[in-house]
Ligand binder design. Sequence first.
Ligand SMILES: [Zn+2]
Length: 147
Amino acid sequence: MKPKVKRIDMAIHIQEICAKYNLTVRYQTLKDKQPNYYARPATKEIHVRPTKNTGYYVSTLHEIGHILGDYQGAQWGTDYAGLSQDKIILTKEIHAWIYARKNALVWTETAERVMRKAMDSYGWGEIEKKIWKDTTDRCEKLEKVGA
Ligand SMILES: [Zn+2]
């Protein structure tokens, strides 16, 4: 069995990614009751909660995914053509979660619940659910061989 990933490991992981890619992190005070997560790809900034638990950790990775993940912006180029605004948003959201899933040190039931709740709020459809399932299967296979 893999050693348990501690909160400090998750916090350091976030710091390492941000240092490596020169991202600015702004932390929301834990006194705020309402979560307020966002990413500003143009200025490479994320606004997140401190890495206090797995849910906050994967939510932060998701915001980083809006900057470093696939299908997020400029690098998408002309592929935007013909897609509705709703579809563009869903595509960005699922791929930011895929970035989180692929990069997370650990993916727990809490992580999965946070992800599903977020995608539910955007009204994800069969296409996004299929993409997510394929990613999950691939990640689980890699985790099994210890890659
Ligand atoms: Zn998002």
